[in-house]
Write a protein that binds this ligand. Structure first.
Ligand code: XIL
Length: 301
């Protein structure tokens, strides 16, 4: 195969990308997207602040623009993200416990209901743990306590029974790491108690201070052994040339080696629009040329 999406599909995986609605009018951007990728995540447009800036007032425009583009191309759509401490509108922080609980469940119901049956996987809860493995001190944690993650997953299952429900986080790639262990124990507990969870998303924002760990394959395999799928959800790797290419190759090999790794999503089409442009962390340069990292991923798939 000559594209990332087709090559991954031949291996039973998807290859996806994060998309921003504002770039869909740029012909090189959309041509690259349509040619190479078979799954789409909205980079910001399905976050709480974008969809529900005021309580129970929903703006679907930009999210639907991305969704409709992807579905029109026959691409899958990942939902990102329902419950997260960041990009959260101010009104949520002002709610007391019972109002926050009903607002969280309503947000899940309305958002998942809007695309019910048409989103392959949702990041139900994003980034709920600290580096030391304790719970992040978010408004959800403060007001609802430890049970909020499980409440969110139960609400999500009811809202769209066809979507895979993922827990998504960064720095859970190294097996011998407190945060990885904390997420692993949570998933183990959920599966043991029948709390609905189908997948774990590994964001994959790597750089020289946080490189791809040598036991990455072990981590993916250990989570898969709990009976959940694993997905690489936001891959970008700082660097250039063959050094960067080898790290992208390593991530690709790890996903191929784990049967329950469904696929890889890179966090943007081009370095030009990356959320960390100085890192040039993507597969296409600012002029939409294929980088050595692209060639390495395609050759490995
Ligand atoms: C980032 C977007 O790429 C930026 O455009 C935005 O300003 C901030 O959020 N983890 C996540 C993603 O789960 O939603 C974040 O996306 C990157 C880190």
């Amino acid at each position: 195969a000559t594209t990332l999406g087709a090559a991954a599909a031949e291996r039973g995986k998807y290859f996806g990308v994060a998309v921003a609605a504002g770039h869909l009018g740029e012909s090189d951007y959309t041509a690259t997207l349509n040619r190479e990728f078979r799954s789409v995540t909205a980079e910001n447009e399905m976050k709480w602040d974008a969809l529900e800036p005021n309580r129970n007032q929903f703006n679907w425009g930009n999210a639907d623009r991305i969704f409709n583009h992807a579905r029109g191309q026959g691409m899958a759509v990942r939902g990102h993200t329902l419950v997260w401490h960041s990009q959260l509108p101010g009104w949520v922080g002002g709610l007391d416990t019972s109002n926050l609980r009903s607002a969280m469940v309503n947000h899940i119901n309305q958002v998942m209901g809007h695309w019910r049956g048409q989103i392959t996987a949702w990041d139900v809860v994003n980034e709920a743990f600290e580096e030391n493995g304790s719970r992040r001190n978010s408004v959800f944690q403060q007001r609802l306590g430890d049970g909020y993650i499980e409440e969110a997953f139960r609400a999500a299952r009811a809202a769209d029974p066809n979507a895979k429900l993922c827990y998504n986080d960064y720095n859970i790639d190294r097996w011998d790491y407190a945060k990885t262990q904390a997420v692993y124990r949570m998933v183990q507990d959920f599966t043991a108690r029948g709390v609905p969870i189908d997948c774990v998303g590994f964001q994959g924002h790597f750089n020289s201070g946080n490189p791809l760990p040598s036991n990455y394959h072990t981590t993916l395999g250990n989570f898969a052994s709990l009976g959940v799928d694993v997905q690489i959800t936001e891959l970008d790797i700082a660097g250039s040339g063959q050094t960067q290419a080898e790290q992208f190759r390593g991530v690709t090999q790890a996903c191929l080696a784990v049967a329950r790794c469904n696929g890889i999503t890179v966090w943007g089409v081009t370095d030009k629009y990356s959320w960390r442009p100085g890192d040039t962390p993507l597969l296409f340069d600012g002029n939409y040329n294929k980088k050595p990292a692209y060639d390495a991923v395609l050759a490995t798939l």
